[in-house]
Design a protein around this ligand. Sequence first.
Ligand code: C6P
Length: 404
Amino acid sequence: MFPIHDIRKDFPILHREVNGKPLVYFDNAATSQTPQQVIDVIVDYYSNHNANIHRGVHTLSQEATDLYEQARQKIQNHFNAKHSHEIILTSGTTHGINLVANGFSELLTEGYEVIVSALEHHSNIVPWQMLCERTGAQLKVLPMLEDGTLDMVAYNKLLSERTKLVFVNHISNALGTINPIETIIAKAHEVGAAILVDGAQACPHLVPDVQALDVDFYVASAHKMCGPTGVGMLYGKESWLKQLPPYQGGGEMISEVTFEKTTYADLPHKFEAGTPNICGGIAFGAALDYMNAIGFENIAAYENELLNYGTEQLLQIDGLKIYGTSQQKTSVISFNLEGIHPYDIGTILDKMGIAVRTGHHCAQPIMDFYNIPGTVRASFAFYNTKAEIDALVEGVKKAKMMLS
Ligand code: C6P
């Protein structure tokens, strides 16, 4: 049996009240909560090891460097990257995508095409639009279908020898759809295109094997998987990372600097200018340890139970519509009540201590597709319970009564 009672004890925040009610935290797709084990690592770092890394001969600096590089190795092992220098520590998914988009500025020209899926978060749309504006390449959209899946027939038609890059998320943040990235990657490679997969919403639920996927770039954020904010990772195949220019100039990313010419450091430092989020990187490693100790298969099975239960219960409410009904789905339920603005439902739920996200979820094209202003999004994590889902259902019923 899934040890939910023990797991909940690990999360101090789950024991607080909001508006006089026990907190029910269903905004996990925005950011996850942090277990004591990760909080302890953060406190220990600042209490005992705080120093700048890769720079000092003194003991603290060496300790901090070792801890940071050990975290990189944990991330490498977790994602099964071939080399630790293929893991670039970033400030998060958005940073990783922008780094790659910037790198392709010199590799794209007019006449080339890039494909972005209709299911993307703005972070995986806007940097590519900016890249197209800079280079004259054309942005093509891989359309979505009514159930929130991607139109794979259209994908086949969009791909051609002009396609240079494909961007798709592994799991949609707004709908929870799990995209068939194995097929999407293989087809992109058939026409010689590179592919970046946005794993921000997948990594809290499953373990991507970047070598088995044969993906060129994969990005994620620690704060969605029990780690702190402001840190994440970009995996890039060594051959691509060697080819791309640095994103930012500064300390740490150089080999030699003179006023005539600067040469760049080897991977991964070439892409890590300036003092990084050292404590964040170390805590990211601790978050992976924590989740791996529970086991991602156990997490996924338990969350799937929550998803099925929540879907079943919410659908009993008259006038409630769920957006995103793919069979391949993670524990996200995006819904609306007929005639009621999602923001109003979210505000009433908050009064009951229930945290959900409302609005377009930084995925406006999806809302435009359904012709709605937004949805209420309840996103479940492995530390949530069916009793909390019952509280949500009661809350939505009350909101409906008050707002109808
Ligand atoms: N989605 C949500 O509520 P950052 O902010 O860089 O850590 O992650 C951006 C991002 C990129 N791609 C996807 C699929 C995402 O879901 C997110 C973050 C949050 O859905 C906050 S907007």
